[in-house]
Design a protein around this ligand. Sequence first.
Ligand code: FES
Length: 108
Amino acid sequence: MGDTLAQQWHVVSHLDDLWEGEMVAVDVQGQSVLLVNVDGDVFAYRNRCPHQEWPLDDGDLDGEKLTCAQHLWEFDVSTAEGINPANTTLVRYACSVDDDGAISVSLP
Ligand code: FES
């Protein structure tokens, strides 16, 4: 699961609690992390919009498109890239799902 021994993995949720098409914010060592389930693939992001730091879990998830609630910037949560505007990206964290469905995140 971990790439290096130095990485600290934290079990933060379970697939039973994050269905396809859902997103949820979890606390990892005092940092808010957004978990997103896109068609069974789970992604983890810093839960702050790159525009003005608004919590992304306040936004709207439609398939792979996450729209920030504050000024409606749009992101593709399967790639972390901005859709509108395009010249921005979400901060992505390493994320893993084990055979039992436990979701783990590693912060840098
Ligand atoms: S804070 Fe997210 S679009 Fe402005």
